[in-house]
Unconditional design. Structure first.
Length: 95
């Protein structure tokens, strides 16, 4: 299992748009590319900050997903609702 945690900061009043975009991307592209499941966390203190934890069957599945034209286009659309660049960290399941 390969785990990716992405940290996102949305622009003011763009949180609902962001969540809709993420849900659509996960259904249309990520899950079809080998993602097992994902969780979306929202900061209690800063409601425009989110953490999305993705669980992939294999690292190679995530690598292929990152190269999809549709995913690259999705990332370009996200720029309109985000403050700055998302931050990603990679993890491996230990237990």
């Amino acid at each position: 299992m390969h785990v990716v945690a992405g940290h996102y900061h949305t622009r003011e009043k763009e949180d609902h748009t962001f969540l809709e975009m993420i849900s659509l991307e996960m259904r249309m592209n990520a899950q079809q590319s080998g993602m097992s499941h994902y969780n979306i966390l929202r900061s209690i203190n800063e409601p425009n900050k989110f953490c999305i934890i993705e669980f992939w069957l294999q690292k190679s599945d995530r690598d292929k997903y990152e190269q999809l034209d549709s995913h690259l286009y999705f990332l370009s659309l996200l720029e309109g609702v985000l403050e700055g660049e998302p931050d990603f960290q990679l993890f491996a399941m230990i237990k």
